[in-house]
Every structure is written in C-alpha cells, then in structure tokens.
Write a protein that binds this ligand. Structure first.
Ligand SMILES: [Zn+2]
Length: 110
C-alpha cells in the first residue's frame, strides 16, 4: 500500500500510489480521507501504551518517570509503524472488498 516497504524511511513514510497495483482500489477515495486514521492511531497507541506501562512496571519497577519516559520512547520509536497501520486499517474499515468480485473482474479484463 506504500511506495517504500520500510516505514523507517521517514522521507517516504506517507508516500502511497493513487491506486492498488493489484486490484485497482482507489487509495484516496476523498480529499482528507486519512484524517480519520488519526482515530485509529489513537486507539492503537492507547492500547499499546497500556501494555507498555504494565511491562515497564513489572520489569523496572513502578517509578512514574520510568513509566512516562519509557512509554514515550517506545511510542516515538514505533510511530512510523502505527502511522502506516492506522492508514491501512482506516482504508480497510471504509472500503468494500469482495474476493469473488475481484476474481470475476480479473477474468473479464486481460
Ligand atoms: Zn489491492
């Protein structure tokens, strides 16, 4: 779904083709479509933070500064991955894909 497979190539983090090269799905159905991906990103990172805080607490003790800055560091490092997953999930939530229709269209078009 992205031009570069490595999300840590930050210069090209958000570069996407207009359409899917395999099924021709429009990746930009409307202007500002991916603003909604912020909500997906929010829920993903809040859940991830809860797991991080518990793991940091269990491994390094329940010191507030360890929890806050440890989680902040992990979120900073994982940001490109969540950014892309949020876009993929947002598109998935808002578009319809049918394997049968896709196969039928493939047979009809050379
Ligand atoms: Zn596709």
């Amino acid at each position: 779904m992205f031009n570069t497979p490595n999300p840590y190539n930050l210069k090209h983090l958000a570069n996407m083709p207009e359409h899917c090269p395999v099924c021709n799905q429009n990746y930009f159905p409307e202007v500002g479509f991916y603003w909604g991906a912020m909500y997906v990103s929010y829920f993903l990172t809040v859940g991830f933070s809860a797991i991080n805080v518990v793991l940091i607490g269990l491994l390094f003790g329940w010191n507030l500064w360890y929890l806050v800055f440890g989680n902040a560091a992990i979120l900073l490092l994982s940001n490109p991955i969540f950014y892309r997953y949020a876009r993929v999930l947002w598109l998935q939530l808002n578009t319809h894909f049918s394997k049968e229709e896709f196969d039928k269209a493939k047979v009809l078009t050379p």
